[in-house]
Design a protein around this ligand. Structure first.
Ligand code: HEM
Ligand code: HEM
Length: 136
């Protein structure tokens, strides 16, 4: 399975999880998990979908090890952030305990973005640059 499709599948799973939480919030009138809901959907669903679209439209044969690292890092970080926020805003785990998880998750999401920027700019994987060099 290509990275575009892998990202799409994970994005849709995050969408289902985030929407379930949203429906629970709306039905129960308990909006404490608002921040969790927003980040499951925005970091998990929207960002994964955007990464999938980038793979589909702008990346040609990125180095497999690099693309795998970026993919696994983003998904692991999105899960860590989602679970950490859920435990924090649900009052299940004290802030001091969950902070390291949120810290690692945040840095992971950011590092995933930096790796994606690198892949997009790297001449050997960026499709537009390849197409340009074929014409030249
Ligand atoms: C089944 C679908 C959904 C339901 C039932 C739902 C429900 C909710 C509820 C109850 C809130 C809290 C509102 C408040 O307390 O102010 C909320 C906030 C939010 N939702 Fe959803 N939502 C759904 C889908 C989505 C989707 C698809 C996204 C984004 C891709 C999204 C993004 C957000 C964001 C960013 C907030 C926070 C808004 C703010 O900062 O006030 N939601 N949603
Ligand atoms: C490294 C990843 C991220 C971290 C550490 C982070 C952190 C935070 C924090 C600390 C807040 C304030 C929460 C509060 O009100 O108590 C927040 C709110 C928010 N963030 Fe993020 N964020 C991240 C990524 C994103 C991304 C990628 C998006 C959108 C694509 C996003 C959209 C939002 C929105 C809409 C809110 C307002 C939610 C609300 O009404 O409370 N965040 N974020």
């Amino acid at each position: 399975m290509g990275f575009d499709r892998r990202y799409l599948v994970w994005a849709l799973c995050f969408a289902a999880a985030g929407m379930s939480l949203g429906i629970y919030m709306a039905a129960s009138h308990h909006h404490e998990q608002l921040v969790t809901h927003a980040h499951v959907l925005l970091v998990g669903f929207v960002l994964s979908l955007i990464y999938g679209i980038i793979h589909r439209l702008w990346l040609d044969a990125p180095r497999r090890a690099l693309a795998t690292t970026q993919f696994v890092l983003h998904q692991a970080a999105a899960i860590a952030l989602s679970v950490g926020l859920f435990l924090l805003y649900g009052g299940i785990v004290p802030e001091t305990t969950v902070e390291p998880v949120l810290g690692v998750g945040s840095i992971g999401v950011l590092t995933g973005m930096l790796l994606m920027i690198y892949m997009v700019l790297r001449p050997s994987t960026a499709r537009s640059v390849q197409a340009g060099s074929e014409i030249a």
